[in-house]
Design a protein around this ligand. Sequence first.
Ligand code: SF4
Length: 358
Amino acid sequence: MASNTGSFSGFLGLTGYLCPYTVIEIIHAAGFVPVRVFVPNTSRELADAYLPPNFCPYLRHVVDLGVRKELTRYDSIVVSHTCDGARRTRDVLDAYGPGTGLFFLDLPKRDDRDAVTYFASQLARMVRFFEQRSGHRITEKRLREAVTLYEENRRLLGRIYTLRESYPALLSGKQTAELLDFNVSVPVSEANERLRQTAVRMEREGRDAGNERQGKRVFVTGNLLDFESYLAEIEEAGGVIAGDDFCFGGRYYPGSIDRDGDSLLALAARYLSRVPCGRMERYAERFDRLVEAVERTGARGVVYLGLKFCDNFLTDYPLLKRRLDEKGVPSLFCECEFYPAGTGQLRTRVEAFIEMLD
Ligand code: SF4
């Protein structure tokens, strides 16, 4: 399990968030370090008392930590309104949680002008919330500084993803997952330094090693899972991870922010137009990008890691499968817990899938 281990001196504290639709630039501009809430691979039995059985495994872990009062290391937590499960999570944390600050960020499903205006008004609420917690104003200057740092972060991640397409042996799937976790666990300048070093290393070693293509390349897609363990399983089954479109990976970095106008409007537009996931209205655009990435990376198949009870991702798969079938790209669907359960069965399925790829 990843954890938030960076150097946090000079900051007011940590703000935990669950989904990458959280506008972390505002949190940084307030003086807090935005960090993803990681969850341990432990029992979630306390959460069972508050939640129905058919509930997102990741959010169940979060609720369990909350009602155990184990989220107190965060000054506050931002829950984005991505689905009904997120809403219930907010309700339980609010009523029985750790007693830290809690901000619920409403998130439109579209990215048209009305949606951007509405989302910008939600960001203005978020600014007021964090101004109260920090005790100082979040000025346009502070926001722009935060935007610059996070734009650099996404640019560096994009550079690494491009390098990995050519040299997958230089950054295994497991290493990629570790890097992605680190990226959302520490202050952004620390993350940028690590990404820069990784990119420089890959460029240097890539030049030496040439364009390595070992093993059968697979493309992996999925939402909120412990990717480190899942990618390790796929690699141990013989797959070479050629690319992914994870929430905090391949879908995280594309796009940029218009620096000329009002920062909140620009941030609202940028976040709503990021590569969409299954909960957005433009969900099909993700398939276009995924099919294009499969062709570009030379992946011979797609492994679809769908989080159990996540209707958005589970109902997506038949539509994506049809697109992939039309292109002659085989795919394997795995319904997953947050951590792999019964890895033997998963390994057997992935091994059989990889074996039958051309
Ligand atoms: S699938 Fe979409 S809504 Fe869910 S965590 Fe990922 S980006 Fe957020």
